[in-house]
Design a protein around this ligand. Structure first.
Ligand SMILES: [Zn+2]
Length: 256
């Protein structure tokens, strides 16, 4: 495909990525990342032409097929899409621009992630949830308002540094990955780590956490678990869909 093409480009490679992105969105919903119709995910176009990003006005659990995504450039130019694109697309575009190693991104407002996003203390590791990030995720300290400008997104992406997840102050979380599978595992681990941290910090006892060196050793080799955990989440989603989980749509939500 011509990398400057402005026509929709639903190649088999794109379809394969979007099939995975649909699963990621629906897993996020059943795993506590849903916040009404807020929260969205994206994947870098496998042909190097911008990114594919969930449309707005539907929940993560209502993402149903490839028509629920916009294809846009990293400058926000819309190549294709029906309905409305999320206004916070610069969060994703700025990350893809700054980090060539990142190919998928999530921005959501899960409960514990939002609680920790308000903390001025770094999130310390409690148990085994932080095995995919060696140091406390950074926090974007800029405005807690929506990130709808590319210049703001770039400041946020700078705060991300070389991490794969971060907090947006008094707003929510960002989780990324080298692949869709990786981004999902990071998003899950981040929220679970936040829950552990919040509950531990709320306990009426002194507590400890491993230092950075110990944590670094602890995470070695954990990448092998990314495909294992991805498959686990897919099986769990399939069971929820088979049982007719009410939070998951069974048909496409019409564009309003
Ligand atoms: Zn947001």
């Amino acid at each position: 495909m011509n990398s400057n093409s402005e026509t929709p480009a639903l190649t088999s490679e794109v379809r394969a990525e979007l099939d995975k992105l649909i699963k990621l969105c629906r897993v996020l919903e059943i795993e506590g990342h849903g916040d009404r119709t807020l929260g969205f995910a994206s994947v870098r176009d496998p042909h190097g032409n911008g990114m594919w990003i969930k449309r707005s006005y539907i929940a993560l659990g209502e993402v149903f097929d490839y028509r629920d995504f916009f294809h846009i450039g990293l400058d926000g130019k819309v190549f294709s899409g029906e309905g409305r694109c999320h206004g916070e697309w610069p969060i994703h575009a700025a990350i893809f621009e700054a980090r060539p190693d990142i190919n998928a991104a999530v921005h959501s407002h899960p409960l514990y992630g939002c609680v920790v996003s308000a903390s001025t203390e770094p999130m310390r590791p409690v148990g085994y949830q932080q095995i995919f990030f060696p140091k406390p995720p950074p926090r974007y300290e800029g405005s807690s308002e929506l990130i709808v400008k590319m210049e703001t997104g770039r400041v946020m992406a700078k705060a991300l540094g070389d991490s794969f997840c971060m907090f947006l102050r008094n707003h929510g979380v960002v989780a990324c990955g080298t692949s869709i599978e990786h981004a999902l595992v990071i998003a899950m681990a981040q929220e679970a780590a936040c829950e552990e941290f919040v509950k531990t910090a709320s306990g009426n006892f002194d507590w400890s956490y491993p230092d950075d060196e110990e944590q670094e050793r602890k995470i070695r080799g954990q990448d092998k678990n990314v495909p294992v955990f991805w498959e686990y989440y897919c099986r769990k989603l399939a069971r929820a869909e088979a049982l007719g989980h009410p939070i998951l749509s069974t048909e496409r939500i019409p564009v309003s």
